[in-house]
Design a protein around this ligand. Structure first.
Ligand code: IPM
Ligand code: MN
Length: 350
């Protein structure tokens, strides 16, 4: 049994998580999964009415009483500094030490790629984004704020331990899933301290995986090559901010943010699953939000939680929905959020 904490969050988060929940329930009803779900109200509304972003008490419950979190999205214009989003999403990533941000990108339907030659080589790669260090730790300061001498510093942190564990996770994944190549995305030519460490560690770890090809790319050139030749990539490992940027690019290559799931992992200990997309406030209530990224995130959850058959069924049902034209407008369809969720849930029960 997997105990899942649902945090629908803000904007379209609740709409897409609702569909993911239906799909999870469908898996339970056909005996493919054994789940216990509990919803948490945390998000902008909850913060604005109670002042609580994510209390220590809630955090402890999530840490101790659940196997996984499924999060919709956090972000709301009424909280301009995004404080609650940082506390909830980055807070869970850091406090649960979810050092792997696993972001797969597979082109499911060739016509959805903006690339001309997309149908020639299948696009199917995954980004291993370091998730607990880099420029995301909040380390830094602002001196002389508001004066002409104002100076802001954000420190990028890379530790040998932190880099090594994500690089190793990437190589390990490549080996287990029969992938040929691991690519490091860095910026060692301009940011020597942090990315010098990344390169040294990457080369050391790569030597232990002689069966897997390894290569290092400056991130700007990598971005270019991802557009030109996306099919050549298998596993990309990179730092927190670079991974954030590359994963939006990757999502767009396979049909957009509506199709991009992710898993934030401390393997064997804690996990948080979320669509890569944000809260998209302008789409709320229009029925146009694509629930597939949330549904595919739920599939990753099931797969990692030991319900591989359920995960495979969801995956196949999403592919079938895309082929059958059961799609929201972002993927050139005319279906609503709930029509897509209903169709996929039904397909699983067939
Ligand atoms: C993501 C998001 C977050 C990030 C934001 C909401 C802080 O863009 O999960 O990719 O930058 O990690
Ligand atoms: Mn992002």
């Amino acid at each position: 049994m997997i105990r899942i904490a649902l945090i629908p969050g803000d904007g379209i988060g609740p709409e897409v998580v609702h569909e993911a929940e239906r799909v999870l329930s469908a898996c339970v009803s056909v005996g493919l999964a054994d789940l216990q779900l509990e919803s948490f109200p945390h998000g902008a509304d909850h913060y604005l009415s109670t002042g609580e972003t994510l209390s220590d008490q809630t955090f402890s419950r999530i840490r101790d009483e659940f196997d996984a979190v499924l999060l919709g999205a956090v972000g709301d214009a009424r909280v301009p500094d995004g404080r609650h989003a940082r506390d909830i999403l980055l807070g869970l990533r850091f406090r649960l030490d979810l050092f792997v941000n696993y972001r797969p990108a597979r082109l499911r339907l060739a016509e959805l790629s903006p690339l001309r030659a997309a149908d020639e080589t299948p696009i199917d790669f995954v980004i291993f984004r370091e998730n607990t260090e880099g420029l995301y730790t909040g380390a830094g300061r602002v001196d002389s704020e508001g004066t002409a001498d104002e100076r802001a510093v954000s420190e990028a942190i890379a530790t040998r331990t932190g880099v090594e564990r994500i690089v190793r996770a990437a190589f390990e994944h490549a080996r287990i899933s029969g992938k040929e190549r691991v690519t490091l995305g860095d910026k060692a030519n301009a940011v020597p301290h942090v990315y010098g460490l990344w390169r040294r560690v990457f080369e050391e770890v790569a030597r232990e995986y002689a069966d897997i090809e390894s290569e290092m790319r400056y991130v700007d050139a990598l971005a270019m090559q991802l557009v030109r030749e996306p099919g050549r990539f298998d596993v990309i490992v990179t730092s927190n901010l670079l991974g954030d940027i590359l994963s939006d690019l990757a999502a767009e290559l396979i049909g957009g943010m509506g199709l991009a799931p992710s898993a934030n992992l401390n393997p064997g200990l804690h996990a948080l699953y979320e669509p890569v997309h944000g809260s998209a406030p302008d789409m709320v209530g229009t029925g146009t939000a694509n629930p597939m990224a949330a549904i595919l995130s739920a599939a990753l959850l099931l797969r990692n939680g030991g319900f591989g058959e359920a995960a495979a069924r969801i995956d196949a049902a999403v592919d079938a929905a895309l082929r059958a034209g059961i799609r929201t407008p972002d993927v050139r369809g005319g279906s609503t959020t709930s029509e897509v969720g209903t169709w996929i849930a039904q397909r699983i029960q067939e």
